[in-house]
Design a protein around this ligand. Structure first.
Ligand SMILES: Cc1cc2nc3c(=O)[nH]c(=O)nc-3n(C[C@H](O)[C@H](O)[C@H](O)COP(=O)(O)O)c2cc1C
Length: 170
């Protein structure tokens, strides 16, 4: 495909956001985009890509630090191409306006560095067995129940509307 190549990068502690990134990449591939997917910690270059999607789960109200660092480190490259971002959080299993607002607030920290043309806010997954002891303790105190609330149709629909990433394709 002669069109532009898109980079989908993510931060993830337990893998659920990585799987969302893979789904977004699949949708983009289906419309003919050449896509690379990688963890922000393993991504050394943004220059050369025609568009970027960046996602992170929300922990204690914030994007993971490595996702914020990625945006800061590559801000100059990211300002030159269309960028879409997404946040994943367990609270979005009830997509009230308050919860969506908390999702948007979690990414306000990146606003000085990047100007996304779209922001996705998705429900995530919690599996008690996977959690580190400190994370398990936080979740136990919060009294949250576990479950996989990722809405694959919603995620695919969002990805399918990221037109600035593929509108120049033949
Ligand atoms: C310790 C801990 C804190 C969390 N804090 C939040 C939060 O503040 N808001 C939220 O919506 N979800 C929160 N979550 C839920 C995660 O964002 C959700 O489980 C997400 O899918 C995890 O993504 P990952 O598997 O890619 O790490 C928290 C989860 C854990 C374990």
């Amino acid at each position: 495909m002669a069109g532009k190549k898109v980079l989908v990068v993510y931060a993830s502690r337990y893998g659920s956001t990585g799987e969302i990134a893979e789904e977004i990449a699949e949708v983009l591939r289906d419309v003919g985009v050449d896509v690379a997917v990688s963890n922000v910690l393993e991504t050394e270059r943004v220059a050369g890509y025609g568009g970027v999607v960046i996602g992170s789960p929300i922990y204690m109200g914030k994007w993971l630090p490595e996702a914020v660092d990625f945006v800061k480190n590559f801000q100059n490259d990211l300002r030159r191409v269309p960028v879409a971002v997404f946040a994943v959080g367990f609270s979005m299993k009830e997509p009230s306006e308050t919860n969506r607002e908390s999702g948007r607030a979690a990414i306000s920290v990146i606003r000085p560095y990047v100007h996304p043309f779209d922001v996705g806010i998705f429900a995530g997954k919690l599996s008690f067995d996977e959690l580190s002891p400190p994370d398990a303790e936080i979740i136990r105190m919060a009294g949250v129940t576990e479950g996989d609330y990722r809405d694959w149709d919603e995620i695919a629909a969002w990805a399918g509307e990221l037109e600035p990433l593929f509108k120049d394709l033949p």
